[in-house]
Write a protein that binds this ligand. Structure first.
Ligand SMILES: Nc1ncnc2c1ncn2[C@@H]1O[C@H](COP(=O)(O)OP(=O)(O)O)[C@@H](O)[C@H]1O
Ligand SMILES: N[C@@H](CCC(=O)OP(=O)(O)O)C(=O)O
Length: 285
């Protein structure tokens, strides 16, 4: 068994939480108790002297709920309108919760264009660094309201975005909080014989074929996008863990080197270039 001691003393940690972990499945409303525990733990980790980033989904789910839409929106303009309403509400809740612990939080909304353009990418990196110096916890999401799917200029999912952010800030640990314990040999919702994989050393085709899309009404990408995220994060030099967001204390357990979820081991590529992982029709021209 591979020791997880390598996860001890990680200095720069990115935590991503998905919409299905943030909301109650029965009603689609925010799970405030879970958010409260998450905020408390992130603040505590920040208090230990670590740099922390939260990548939070939920803008569309929260906006949808606020606007009373029963179905997941399909039309882009409706999705983008939901995100405009939901992002503001989400940040209002985060700001209130972080303020209870006297922790300053910031909002960073990114699009793929932020990464493609050298100046915006450099500005984003400098902003993250400055926020770390100031002891602030940045809360990141895709700028869904203006992201442009037509030109493949959107990330589309926050698993990939969180890995790109990890690479950008040279983070050393990415934790994906999901609605499931980790990567299984198949989607456990479809296959009862699926078995949890504890550690992944190499992301090969066999592994990719185990990861399926999401079947939830709020989640995006399922395990497919988490594998894409793992490729980026591990190549950039970060370890990545997928774990169940139901128990946010898993964040502590992971940092303590305990066996939780699925660990993807870092394999830093010497010539790692983040742009190799950001493909758009426009960029390829
Ligand atoms: N091999 C697999 N192992 C685990 N979960 C899988 C697998 N393939 C597909 N899934 C699905 O991925 C879902 C988690 O992704 P998603 O719905 O996007 O939520 P989130 O963004 O909150 O993580 C699981 O609930 C599960 O149904
Ligand atoms: N940016 C979108 C979420 C995109 C996404 O990847 O969602 P999820 O699968 O819930 O992490 C939003 O805030 O609604």
């Amino acid at each position: 068994m591979i020791s997880r001691e390598a996860l001890l003393d990680k200095k720069r940690i990115v935590v991503k939480i998905g919409s299905s972990s943030l909301t109650h499945p029965e009603t689609g409303s925010l799970n405030l108790e879970k958010m409260e525990r998450l905020v408390r733990i992130l603040t505590d980790i920040r208090n230990q002297g670590k740099d922390v980033i939260l990548v939070s989904s939920g803008a569309i789910a929260v906006g949808r709920k606020a606007l009373g839409l029963m179905e997941r929106p399909k039309l882009r303009a409706v999705k983008q309108a939901c995100a405009a309403v939901g992002q503001a509400r989400l940040m209002m809740v985060y700001q209130k919760l972080f303020a209870e612990y006297n922790q300053v939080a910031a909002q960073i909304l990114m699009t793929k264009y932020t990464m493609i353009n050298d100046i915006s990418r450099s500005n984003a990196k400098n902003t993250f660094e400055e926020l770390f110096r100031m002891g602030v916890i940045p809360i990141v999401n895709e700028n869904d309201t203006v992201s442009t799917e037509e030109l493949d200029l959107d990330f589309g999912d926050n698993d990939t975005l969180s890995a790109i952010v990890t690479a950008l800030v040279e983070g050393d640990l990415l934790i994906l909080l999901s609605d499931i314990d980790g990567l299984y040999t198949d989607d456990p919702k479809e296959n009862q014989d699926a078995v949890l994989i504890s550690c992944v050393d190499e992301i090969n085709e066999d592994l990719c074929s185990m990861a399926k899309d999401s079947t939830s009404s709020v989640g995006t990408g399922g395990m497919t996008t988490k594998i894409s995220a793992a490729k980026i994060a591990t190549a950039s030099g970060a370890n990545m863990v997928i774990t169940n967001g139901d128990n946010v204390r898993h964040i502590y357990h992971i940092i303590e080197g305990k066996e939780v979820g699925t660990l993807f081991l870092a394999h830093k590529q010497n010539n790692f270039n983040i742009m190799d992982y950001i493909t758009t029709k426009q960029y390829e021209k």
